[in-house]
Design a binder for this molecule. Structure first.
Ligand SMILES: [Zn+2]
Length: 299
């Protein structure tokens, strides 16, 4: 499942490819699972809009859309260079259109992918949405396992829970864990606290901070939480930096290309020697998720 750094990489890749392009129409498949908003609402929101930006919010990819269709029609015939253009646009009924600023939101789930391709490109199995772009290209959502979700929101109505781990400051980070009796690993994965930190980066951060995943969040000292804060940011930033090299593979190609991943120090290394002290890495299950740690380096 893509975590924060992968979603960030994908969002940046998409931004570089489709910003400024206009969504002319959308085709949605018949499978109901990928549609978190009703199909008609998705179509009404995204059609005839310009993609203003593409950004990551938590593990969501958010396309910020500006309506173009009706505004262009009603402005047509007016002097485009007129100094009154701005005033005319402001008085335009389309300017008050609630869909004038809207968002198309994609959650990739386990296996979701966004493809930017020529309209002639073969349509892959498990394609659930095709957006026709004015540039002649198409933006397609492909998801074999159908855990991904497509939705739309009006301006301001989209607010993912939790705080961005790369935006938060140390005091707010520490406050997140105050009084929490859950294992620190579970708290890190709780999307209502921090957005976008998943299993791999939680394990890697706890290793770098020297904290065992099962420790109760509330019992961890301020100094240790400060180390964890630094570790989470370091791990995410390193992974984002590495991800840059795989942008084209992921969003452009039709293959199953993965990411150039961070060298894992504990994740997936059960029984292998710790890279620091050579103690075999342990794997335990916390709240149904595998957790990997070094029993010597992490206390
Ligand atoms: Zn160790």
């Amino acid at each position: 499942m893509p975590e924060l750094p992968e979603v960030e990489t994908i969002a940046r890749g998409l931004a570089s490819r489709v910003t400024g392009d206009v969504i002319e129409s959308i085709w949605l498949g018949r499978k109901p699972e990928p549609l978190k908003s009703p199909a008609a609402e998705i179509a009404a929101t995204v059609e005839n809009t310009r993609i203003a930006t593409v950004r990551r919010v938590g593990k969501h990819i958010v396309f910020d859309l500006e309506r173009v269709g009706r505004t262009l029609t009603s402005v047509k015939g007016r002097q485009l260079n007129s100094p009154h253009k701005a005033a005319a646009a402001a008085a335009d009924p389309a300017a008050a259109d609630p869909a004038a600023h809207a968002h198309w939101i994609v959650h990739l789930g386990m296996t979701g992918r966004l493809q930017v391709c020529d309209a002639q490109s073969e349509i892959l199995k498990h394609t659930h949405a095709i957006l026709k772009l004015a540039s002649g290209r198409e933006l397609r959502f492909v998801d074999p396992r159908r855990f991904g979700r497509l939705s739309v929101a009006r301006d301001g109505a989209f607010d993912a829970t939790g705080i961005e781990p790369l935006d938060i400051d140390l005091d707010r980070f520490i406050a997140l864990f105050r009084g929490r009796k859950t294992p620190i690993k579970s708290a890190l994965l709780n999307q209502k606290l921090l957005r976008g930190v998943g299993n791999i980066y939680a394990d890697e951060s706890l290793f770098r901070a020297g904290i065992r995943p099962r420790r109760r969040a509330a019992a961890i000292t301020r100094d240790q939480l400060a180390k964890l804060f630094a570790a989470v940011r370091e791990v995410l930033k390193e992974a984002i930096a590495l991800g840059g090299s795989s942008i084209s593979d992921y969003v452009g190609a039709d293959g199953e290309e993965g990411f150039f991943q961070l060298q894992h120090r504990v994740y997936g290394r059960e029984g292998d020697p710790c890279l620091v002290c050579k103690t075999p890495i342990k794997r335990i299950v916390i709240a149904g998720r595998s957790s990997h740690y070094c029993p010597k380096c992490q206390q």
